[in-house]
Design a protein around this ligand. Structure first.
Ligand code: NAD
Length: 359
């Protein structure tokens, strides 16, 4: 099992180090190879996704990714900014399905911004299409407006588009995931305004014919944003496009208490995946040893389950994380007033200690 390790920028190196400790504590053999990505890769090689890093990611069975980005690169030409590395990896590896579970652990209900009764026991899965939509649609750019009330003025434009195969393949991933869970799927769109999302709704409805055991509902994105804070436990699996999924999955993240708890998987048709925490490189806390490593550790568990066929090892990691929380360990982001937070390393060590205790 070859894993490409791409720590990246900011807290990336700190949180990946803890995930590696956890992987090393399992009785499994991995070939781990590390490469530069993001701002550090730009500094060393002049590009956020150097050829060698891309090659390693393509050869590996799975990619474990930290985070990229720093404000100091904001003035760079867009193609050289650290965040382009993650977009490049998604495109080159054809990672079209982003799976983000939002689970509210019993011990963390107090850390949520919602009332505990609304989030206690929350367990939803957001599936975001990752390689299409307005984020990648061409043409895009700046020009003099060719028509309209402000013809001749400077304008910027992007293109929202989805093809039938793109919608079909993400719909299949979503129906299959729903089948393994509560058998309820909500497809989120904006069919009342956007042609692209009327088409999305039509195609998802057609694919549903192959999954009669799954209950499908459709919801407009503005309503979905509202329902996620009103009654989040009413959802089971949500499937949506790239931009709506970007926004809703961060909203769901906050329901769970901290973005520092949320893992993610981005998969291609062959089951190969890139695994990363849902958060960014957190430059504001980088180097301080206070970042929560649990999202990255839980991403490593998803990697074992979805790409490396090691579900038992994934279960062990998830159980160890729950045990650590039950013991009362908290990093600053999930700490309630009056309790003393532990640092990144102590949290990683505690997960390892719990794994070893399982025997
Ligand atoms: P962010 O997720 O890095 O941070 C948002 C807030 O959450 C910050 O206050 C941060 O301290 C906190 N936070 C994030 N992860 C945490 C953790 N593990 N433990 C404790 N607290 C944590 O988002 P941002 O500040 O908007 O972006 C920072 C940089 O990250 C930017 O350059 C952005 O482009 C980049 N980014 C990268 C990715 C990625 O690599 N996939 C994703 C999002 C943002």
């Amino acid at each position: 099992m070859k894993i490409a390790i791409l720590p990246g920028d900011g807290i990336g190196t700190e949180i990946i180090a803890e995930a590696l400790k956890v992987l090393a504590a399992l009785d499994l053999r991995f070939e781990l190879e590390q490469a530069a990505v993001g701002g550090v890769a730009y500094e060393a090689h002049g590009h956020p996704l150097p050829e060698a890093t891309l090659k390693l990611a393509q050869q590996a069975d799975a990619v474990l990714f930290g985070a990229v980005g720093d404000w100091k690169y904001d003035t760079l030409e867009r193609s050289l900014r650290p965040e382009q590395a993650i977009l490049g990896l998604r495109q080159h590896l054809q990672l079209f399905a982003n799976l983000r579970p939002a689970i509210c652990y019993e011990q963390l209900t107090q850390a949520s911004s919602l009332k505990p009764e609304l989030v206690a026991g929350l367990d939803i899965l957001i599936i975001r299409e990752l390689t299409g939509d307005v984020y990648f649609g061409q043409p895009r750019g700046r020009r003099a407006a060719p028509d309209g009330a402000f013809a001749g003025a400077d304008e910027a434009f992007d293109t929202m588009r989805y093809s039938r195969p793109e919608i079909e393949r993400i719909a299949h991933v979503a129906f299959q995931a729903a089948r393994k869970r509560g058998k309820r799927l909500t497809s989120v769109d904006k069919a009342n305004v956007l042609e692209t999302f009327q088409f999305w709704k039509d195609v998802v409805t057609e694919v549903h014919a192959q999954y009669p055991d799954v209950a499908l509902t459709h919801m407009y994105v503005d309503n979905a944003a509202m329902q996620l804070v009103k009654a989040p436990k009413a959802f089971d699996v949500i499937v949506t496009g790239n931009m709506f999924g970007d926004i809703l999955s961060d909203e769901a993240a906050m329901l769970t208490g901290s973005i520092g708890m949320l893992p993610s998987a981005s998969l291609n048709a062959a089951g190969k995946g890139l695994y990363e925490p849902s958060h960014g490189s957190a430059p504001d806390i980088a180097g301080k040893g206070v970042a929560n490593p649990l999202a990255t550790i839980l991403s490593a568990a998803m990697m074992l389950r979805y790409s490396l066929d090691q579900a038992a090892a994934a279960d062990r990691i998830e159980a160890a994380v729950k045990a650590v929380l039950a013991q009362g360990l908290r990093t600053a982001d999930i700490c309630s007033a009056g309790t003393k937070p532990v640092g990144t390393k102590e949290m990683g060590d505690a997960v390892v200690a719990n794994l070893k205790r399982q025997g």
